[in-house]
Unconditional design. Structure first.
Length: 91
């Protein structure tokens, strides 16, 4: 029952999740490691220059999305770190 509830919450927030936005719209040179968390923090702080560097649009309620993005960014580290290192070395 808990897994079903968790899956429903993830599905509900996935369309507005900052991590989903930044990973699905990633470009060469854009921040990849903890990108969703970075977007939420920038949106909370009102840092427009940081938001322009990140692909996608910030969620309407970044403080609510921040914990979910932090967990998802941590789970995706195995994917984002190698991509970021590859871009750093070869681009």
């Amino acid at each position: 029952m808990i897994r079903l509830l968790l899956a429903a919450l993830v599905a509900a927030f996935a369309s507005g999740c900052a991590t989903y936005q930044t990973i699905s719209n990633a470009e060469v040179g854009s921040p990849k490691v903890f990108s969703g968390t970075r977007m939420n923090v920038a949106a909370i702080r009102g840092d427009e220059s940081a938001l322009r560097r990140l692909p996608g649009t910030a969620p309407r309620r970044p403080a609510l999305d921040l914990p979910l993005s932090l967990v998802l960014d941590t789970a995706l580290l195995q994917m984002t770190v190698p991509v970021a290192l590859y871009e750093l070395v070869f681009e």
